[in-house]
Design a protein around this ligand. Structure first.
Ligand SMILES: O=P(O)(O)O[C@H]1O[C@H](CO)[C@@H](O)[C@H]1O
Length: 308
C-alpha cells in the first residue's frame, strides 16, 4: 500500500469551508457511516452535502451502501451540535491506499472535531451476540496492523503527532459510557447493546469457517473490513473515539460444520442424515440487516451527540 495522495490538507479544508455557512464551519463531532448506515443525515438540520469528488484528496467509495458524500448539519435537540458525517467510507480492498482511507479522518480533525463516532456493519463471531445487536467496541485485534499494513507506517503527516501511539486506551471509556446511558434513556432492551472486540481483516472475501474459529479463539467478538485504520488515524490526531458495530450476520456457528465423511458413511449404512447447511453470507444480507436496524443505531448516535 503506497502513499499515493499528495498531502493537501489546506486545499481540502478550503474547498469544504468555502461552501459551508458559518455555523457549520467548525463541526464538533465526526461520524463515519458504515455499510447501509448513512440514513443519519435525514435527521440533520441545515444540511449541506459535499460530494467527495469536489474535495481535493478524497477518493470515491465503490461499495454498494456507501455514498461518496460528506454531510454537514446540526444534530440533537435545542440549537443542535454542528457535526460532519462521512456518508460512505473507503476500504483498502477497493484499492485505496491506507493513507487515502484515513484522509477524511484527518480532514475532519483539521476542521476541529473532538469526538468521532465510527459505525460499521460486522459479522458476529460470538454465539451470545446475535444479528441485530449493536456492539460497543472496547478493543481491536488487527492482524494486518501486526504484519505491516498500518496506516501510520511511514513519514508522519506532522512532526507534532506522536511517533509511537499507545493503543491501550484507543476506545474512549467516557464515550462508551455515554452510549450505554443513551441506550438507557432511549429505553432500549438490555440485549440491544453488547461490548466486544473488533477484528479487522482486509477482505474482500468473507471468512472461511476456520478463519472465523481462529478469530474467535484469539479473542474477537465481531469481524469487519474497515474501521481500525480510521481509529488509528483518529487517535493519532488526538480525537476521542467510539465505535458502534451493527451485527449483520453470523460468521460461524459450530453446528454448521458438516462432515462429508460422516454424511457419506451414514448414507452407505442406509441411514437418513439431515446435517445443517453452512450459512453463506452476502453483502445484500449485510445491507438488509443494516436497513432494518439502522434506525436504532441512528437514534443512539443522535442521543450520544446530544449528551456531549
Ligand atoms: O465496515 P463497513 O464499511 O460497514 O462494511 C462492512 O460490510 C462490507 C461487507 O459486507 C465490508 O466492507 C465490511 O467492512
Amino acid at each position: 500500500m503506497g502513499d499515493d495522495i499528495p498531502l493537501s490538507f489546506d486545499a481540502s479544508v478550503d474547498a469544504i469551508k468555502r461552501v459551508l455557512p458559518i455555523n457549520l464551519q467548525s463541526p464538533r463531532v465526526g461520524i463515519i457511516c458504515g455499510s447501509g448506515l448513512s440514513g443519519i443525515v435525514n435527521v440533520f438540520r441545515d444540511v449541506v452535502l459535499i460530494p467527495y469528488e469536489n474535495i481535493p484528496g478524497f477518493s470515491t467509495s465503490t461499495v454498494p451502501g456507501h455514498k461518496s458524500t460528506l454531510a454537514f448539519g446540526l444534530l440533537g435537540s435545542g440549537e443542535g451540535v454542528p457535526v460532519v458525517a462521512m456518508l460512505g467510507r473507503f476500504h483498502p480492498y477497493e484499492g485505496h491506499s491506507l493513507s487515502s482511507v484515513v484522509y477524511p479522518v484527518r480532514i475532519m480533525a483539521k476542521l476541529g472535531i473532538k469526538d468521532i463516532i465510527i459505525t460499521n456493519a460486522a459479522g458476529s463471531l460470538n454465539p451470545s451476540i446475535p444479528v441485530g445487536t449493536i456492539v460497543v467496541i472496547q478493543d481491536h485485534l488487527a492482524l494486518p496492523n501486526l504484519t505491516g499494513m498500518n496506516p501510520l507506517l511511514g513519514p508522519q503527516t506532522s512532526k507534532d503527532l506522536p511517533r509511537f501511539l499507545p493503543l491501550s486506551d484507543a476506545y474512549s471509556p467516557a464515550l462508551r459510557r455515554l452510549v450505554f446511558l443513551a441506550a438507557h434513556q432511549l429505553q432500549l432492551d438490555d440485549s440491544a447493546l453488547a461490548e466486544g472486540t473488533y477484528a479487522w481483516v482486509s477482505g474482500p472475501t468473507y471468512e472461511t469457517p476456520a478463519e472465523g474459529r481462529f478469530l474467535r479463539r484469539v479473542g474477537a467478538d465481531v469481524v469487519g473490513m474497515s474501521t481500525v485504520p480510521e481509529v488509528l488515524a483518529a487517535r493519532e490526531e488526538g480525537l476521542n473515539v467510539v465505535v458502534l458495530s451493527l451485527v449483520t450476520n453470523f460468521v460461524v456457528i459450530p453446528e454448521t460444520y458438516r462432515s462429508i465423511k460422516e454424511e457419506v458413511q451414514a448414507e452407505l449404512a442406509g441411514k437418513k442424515v439431515e446435517l445443517p447447511q453452512a450459512q453463506v453470507v452476502s453483502h445484500a444480507e449485510v445491507l438488509a440487516i443494516g436497513q432494518e436496524k439502522a434506525g436504532i443505531l441512528m437514534k443512539l448516535v443522535e442521543s450520544v451527540v446530544d449528551s456531549l
